[in-house]
Design a protein around this ligand. Sequence first.
Ligand SMILES: Nc1nc2c(c(=O)[nH]1)N[C@@H](CN(C=O)c1ccc(C(=O)N[C@@H](CCC(=O)O)C(=O)O)cc1)CN2
Length: 282
Amino acid sequence: MECKILDGKKVASEVRERIAVMVKEIRESGKVPPGLAVVLVGDNPASKVYVGQKEKACKEVGFESFLYHLPEATTQEELLNLVGQLNEDPNVHGILVQLPLPKHLNETEVIEAIRPEKDVDGFHPMNLGKLVAGLPCTVPCTPKGIMHLLEYYGIEIEGKNAVVVGRSNIVGKPVAHLLLQKNATVTICHSRTRNLEDITKEADILVVAAGRPHFITQHMVKKGAVVVDVGINRLESGLVGDVDFDGVRLRASWITPVPGGVGPMTIAMLLENTLEMYERFS
Ligand SMILES: Nc1nc2c(c(=O)[nH]1)N[C@@H](CN(C=O)c1ccc(C(=O)N[C@@H](CCC(=O)O)C(=O)O)cc1)CN2
């Protein structure tokens, strides 16, 4: 059986085109366009790449984008003051603080300071709580992008064994709940999981967000599985995922590439969330 590609680049570009059309209509009607504020603290090279991608994507679809690049030595108080200002700014419909923050800053406190109606990442406990409860909320971009990709390619979820490797608040936990809402039987694995391979081999849908290059190899995957690789690891040889793509594609029925899989969907869902918040709350 030939393994097919879940092409995030293609699907993301379709989402972006659709959003651009909607923003054009908003602008033509004379209304204030959707605005996204992105806060970057310090000079983490990967974060700079992602923030650059976000700015470019905003421009392409016609959003206003407000970039705040603060020095590494920014204090908690300074950062909270900025978030407070953005909360009050009527031209800002979504606020995003790029993660990870430098070690001296308290990430949880910063996320909690963002008004839930502007929490475009869906990381505020109010939004995460609503997600778990199955209530309308802002869904974190990467998990939302994964679900969008599965739906786009007609992957059946109901009744399937879904295994999520990784338990972060950004990806692992939310995607597990979204899969559960679609009636999958969900297992979350993490760094203390024993006999990981025995569990991953039972997965019809395997989502990997482990943060370890080529962590999932061919013998850990069930024949015919759908494999979603959330990892982005920068090695000297280039960008690789958490899944050994060349080996795993010999067993899987569908697989996301890295780059060009989940990453572009994250940016597309950020645009979608910004537009949704603009429509719901402005
Ligand atoms: N506030 C947030 N911080 C972080 C998030 C997030 O959703 N919100 N997620 C990740 C990083 N991230 C977005 O910020 C992100 C990661 C990867 C990509 C992407 O398009 N990757 C490309 C490769 C790009 C490259 O590195 O050269 C791909 O996979 O094709 C976009 C966004 C952590 N922080």
